[in-house]
Ligand binder design. Sequence first.
Ligand code: GLU
Length: 594
Amino acid sequence: MSGTIISPIHDLLNDLHGRLQEERGGEVATYIPELGKADPEWFGVAVATLDGVLYEAGDTEVPFTIQSVSKPFVYALALQDRGMERVLQQVGVEPTGDAFNAVRLEPETGRPYNPMVNAGAIVTSSLVDGADAEARLDRILAGLSAFAGRPLAVDHKVLVSEAATGDRNRALAYLMHGAGSLRCDVDDSLTVYFAQCSTLVTTRDLAVMTATLAGGGVNPITGQQVVSVEAAAGALTVMATCGTYDYAGEWLMRAGLPAKSGVSGGLIAALPSQLGLGVFSPPLDPRGNSVRGVAACQELSGRFGLHLMRPTERPGPVFHRTLRGDTAHSSRVRCHDERAALTRAGRAIAVYEVRGDLAFNAAEEVVRTITADTESVRWVILDLLRAGRVQTVAATLLEAMAAKLGERGITMVVVDSEQGVPLPSAIVAATRDAALELCEDALLAAEDAARHSVSLHEQDLLRALDDDLVYALRDYLETRDYQPGERLVEDVAALAFILSGGLAREVVVGGRAVRETSMGPGTAVGRLALLDDTGHAHRIVAEGPTRCEVLTTANLTRLERENARLVDALRWSIARALAARLHRADAENHALMR
Ligand code: GLU
């Protein structure tokens, strides 16, 4: 396929294909005469990934009849249409170790042993939706086509050939009808089954169809949910236990993949959640499996490390970083007293930044770590912004933890902007900053350390000034009250001391105001405080009812004229405050870099 030509995976497939093409063992099946016409040299290998990329080598576009490789797909359709319990009533799931056409039913129930042997497959195709044989066949053809992602058709010559020589299947069907496990008309059932087996596919189709099973029923090319996750898993399960006739046990031992083979030389193998493999080469070994197909799958399984029973690589550490609220702070600018309280008591806020996918094992570690440390912690921030897929089991464990923490008076805040992991017992915040600010506010309230109003002489910028200077400053200030959302007009405010309420700095992005940071009572804003009088991309708005003492630009000019000592003291104070803020930012960066 285009774009994959220089891929090393492509080279690897070509190399494998070239070597195995030389393998001349095996016999083309002839018991269905039409199949005997196959060219023993045909050999195609295709791999489909779950995001719809195909890697191919050899004759991947030669059409052939799907035969028994149809069985897991039709089983998935039956599970989808009838549900597992109903299907199990009529077809078992026990491996037989018998040949594909063995005439043997479960003695007690008369059920065929599993849906991968002919007997089980005949019953399975009678179980899909459809009032009559025609409707069932339509359902099967449409279903197989949806698995392949393109319309498939039946090869009538092979169909006629199968029907003419299908006495063994006919015998099986009569036996099962007599035993009650086949409840549809015998001829009808066989017509559907023969047509199903005579459906034309290519190696490429097989890879896509198998990737659909591996991807929980979603076709990687079309994106269609062909069958449910449960139905796809059911098909993979029987492939694992009974997919390669009486070789199923050894196959699983060697290749470690759910698989299914058919007499026309098709072979599929799936790695759940990762890929689908399709191989086609007509010569069969004595058990009816494609000689080159078996060799190709086993080699690919080994080289790509696909064996299901071998442990996967251990994922990296679950925690990207853990922080405490005494060193990591939100961007809210707080007055001296609040800062002091956070430095003193901030360890009660714990931040856990999680990375990677969260399946059971990672979630277990998260839950274990967080719950082990509840003595000093009152607020837990779980930052999922770096997490990959959060599986249902992980979400369930996290929610149960949030509920338990809640019972102990510990609040959990989850930072999750995209996934919407369902955690009703936690508070959701869009950013870590917002989560921290929320927890800091709660901690300050709990510590009785929140400053709701701060008088002028206690303002951060004025604390170090002599009383007479603060007193003199009053003459130049104007008290202003702002309504929530009201904007401070910046050319008026050279400096605004916040007495009560709070201000937010917003930037306008694409016509929408985005809150950047905020300031509480005791802190100041304005051109003078920021020491910049260039144009502003941001704007300052009141968060709630807010009272400020404002030094307007006009009054600043007057002040500069009348009291040079005061202006000087103010400028020094601002410089010291800025230096202190830089120090804090440095310390914080340091803490974050650990
Ligand atoms: N249509 C073939 C049969 O029933 C399928 C057998 C197979 O591929 O295993 O004989």
